[in-house]
Design a protein around this ligand. Structure first.
Ligand code: NAD
Length: 253
């Protein structure tokens, strides 16, 4: 498949996990991928790996960007447009998770999780939308099953992802007449650095953990999620708009 030939795609969180796998998948389908992340060395390593990968027919490049910093977002999107002249899809994959006992969670942690996962995703969309309107492009935002069912210790994270799902539906309607489609995806447990060694709150109840991390084979590789990200960012999904796709093996059914 070569769905991304002559397409420019931004992927945030591209230094690791699902973002990196998505950037690779899109570059393997001919795309020009602008890889954004806050981890400088990991980002350079990821882009090097993507460009050297035997499947890559497109290309990847680095844009150091903390999506918790509005000016950094403005600068990164401007740099992508300066370098590549257009934008066909925006994949907001970057995110952070802290498992916290609600009674002990600090306001600082709450604000940080909301600032990155929700406000960062909003500002990426707001900044990129004028360029996406020019190409009748696509937005793909990262949700989580934490927004769809009760997951202990994730008040801020679940709230941030619930906000992402609602906001994505808003964009899908507000910009549909300009040719934009905006969708989200909600994975359950994916095998990435975020989920492989979750730091549990003190005294955490193992039975509650099993409700977040199904321990019997539902944990999927990031490449499974990347194939959905690529589909939603491609013209194959042009008539899919305002949808949240669960990728959870039926867990939330
Ligand atoms: N792993 C899972 O089980 C799972 C399940 C559901 C949803 N998700 C979501 O998928 C997305 C990717 O997670 P992952 O599992 O690949 O995690 P990961 O930790 O492997 O990757 C997240 C990436 O986001 C980047 N990032 C974090 N804060 C950033 C910031 N302020 N600015 C720019 N980049 C930033 C990190 O540097 C990292 O490269 C997240 O939004 C996460 O909430 C993950």
């Amino acid at each position: 498949m070569d769905r991304f030939t002559n397409k420019v795609v931004i992927v945030t969180g591209a230094a690791s996990g699902i973002g990196k796998a998505s950037a690779l998948r899109i570059a393997a389908e001919g795309g020009t991928v602008a890889c954004l992340d806050v981890q400088e060395k990991a980002l350079h390593d990821a882009v090097k790996e993507i460009n050297a990968h035997s499947a890559t027919t497109g290309s990847a490049s680095t844009y150091l960007c903390d999506i918790g910093n509005p000016q950094a977002i403005t600068d990164a999107v401007a740099a992508v447009i300066k370098d590549h002249k257009k934008l066909n899809a925006l994949c907001n994959i970057a995110g952070i998770l802290k498992l916290q006992n609600t009674l002990e969670a600090s306001l600082e942690d709450w604000n940080q999780i909301i600032a990155v996962n929700l406000t960062g995703t909003f500002l990426m969309c707001q900044t990129a939308l004028p360029h996406l309107i020019n190409t009748k492009g696509s937005i793909v935002n990262m949700g989580s099953t934490a927004a769809l069912g009760g997951h202990a210790w994730t008040a801020a994270y679940a709230a941030s992802k619930g906000g992402v799902l609602s906001m994505t539906k808003t964009f899908s309607i507000e910009f549909c007449k300009q040719g934009i489609n905006a969708n989200s995806l909600s994975p359950a447990s994916v095998d990435t650095p975020m989920s492989s060694h979750p730091k549990l709150p003190e005294g955490a109840d193992y039975d509650l953990l099993k409700k977040i991390l199904p321990l019997h084979g539902l944990v999927r590789p990031a490449s499974d999620v990347a194939s959905l990200v690529a589909f939603l960012a491609s013209e194959d999904a042009v008539h899919i708009n305002g949808v949240d796709v669960r990728i959870d093996g039926g867990l939330m059914t």
